[in-house]
Design a protein around this ligand. Sequence first.
Ligand SMILES: Cc1cc2nc3c(=O)[nH]c(=O)nc-3n(C[C@H](O)[C@H](O)[C@H](O)COP(=O)(O)OP(=O)(O)OC[C@H]3O[C@@H](n4cnc5c(N)ncnc54)[C@H](O)[C@@H]3O)c2cc1C
Length: 415
Amino acid sequence: MSRRVAVVGAGLAGVATAYELAALGLQVQVFERGGSVAEQASFAGSALLAPFAPGLNEAAPAPLTWRWRRWRADRRGGDAGAALAALSLFSLARTAELRRSLALEDEAADGLIVALADTRRAAAAEARLEGWRALGLQVELLDGLEARQREPGLNAEAPLAAALAFTPGGVGNARLLAQQLRHQAQRLGAGFRFHTTVRAITHGSAGLTLHHEYTPPPEAPTRGAEREAGDTVPQALGPQEERFDAIVLCNGLDAGALLGPGLKLAAQHEASVTAPLRLLEAHPDLGPKAGWVDPAVGLAIARIGQRARVTGGLAVTGAHTKVTPDFEALHRGLQHWFPGSVLHQQVQHGQSRRALPADGLPLLGASARQGVWLNLSPGGQGWGLACGMAQVLAQQIAGQTPAVDIAPLGTQRLA
Ligand SMILES: Cc1cc2nc3c(=O)[nH]c(=O)nc-3n(C[C@H](O)[C@H](O)[C@H](O)COP(=O)(O)OP(=O)(O)OC[C@H]3O[C@@H](n4cnc5c(N)ncnc54)[C@H](O)[C@@H]3O)c2cc1C
């Protein structure tokens, strides 16, 4: 009989993990306390699919941005940086392969450019090029004119000394991908239980037990606007117990509550503004073509189909602290780089939190508790890493050798 695996959380990480486990022939049951997939951190991310380039922060200093608070692992040796760069490339390739083989449509567009507004930033980035290339990253240093040719909607007045262009790199709608991947996982036999909260995990004579409870909202829809029929199948009321051979925690910031005191996660907050692009025949180049990052102010701008999304205002706090987002700063950033490109009706403002381990690295692999595995994506790289992290973890759980060596990213470093 095949092994039964529970996945806690149906954000992008959980859905991708469920798909990969089911594809390897395991019996999968997903538990999600929300009403559908990708309702939390996976709901309105910056949409950037980016390879990991260690030190990009220092190449382009500022109130952090390239999604990493600080690359502390660099100080402990380059292993983790190299492993993460390799995993990010593997993951982008896995995302492309899933899109192709499963005909997934997630409003994808190729192109990822990092602005280097002044010559100091341009020089710092140039000094890092060789190191990035040695890690297998394909990166070009563009002059301002070349960058404007690739993104013709850019403000001609905005200072731009140079830019970095990463390949592969681009944008996509993580939520759309998660919704479609969920159906593919279900097709392979994975079950999804929504409005079901996992309360605890215990080990006893019966083995590994997951304690969960059906927790429907009193009324009213949850965050996802469109509800699919059958998402919420009423379950037995009151606390329930179920036996599993393995449990994978893909529940972001809440993983600590299930794993116990050994796991400390900070909350990384980011705000987003999404607005419809102004589509004018006379000005076909308005708005971004794909992904544009301005590290100087910690801003990312992406085209998502016929909308533009700008994210920024990164703040790192304790898990329960609230942060007041500055949406005006995001509107100003969009206006600075792509003036007049969006309509001001139907603008959506959002704010999300995601888990950030103390060293900013993913938590991927077996935890200290037998049978409990972690798939916690780090800060703002979770979309780009999701498909690769899910596949290598599923391979480990199935007893196979993972396609990428992720030992330096394992959870043992927390010990
Ligand atoms: C504003 C913003 C911008 C971002 N930009 C980028 C980007 O440009 N590039 C990039 O690569 N990444 C980006 N990310 C990161 C990426 O979106 C996230 O890392 C990724 O979506 C996280 O997915 P997840 O599945 O781990 O978490 P989530 O989507 O938060 O899913 C966790 C799920 O677990 C559920 N859950 C929690 N506890 C329980 C429980 N006890 N029982 C049952 N269910 C539970 C929650 O309801 C939730 O649905 C961004 C994120 C944000 C918020």
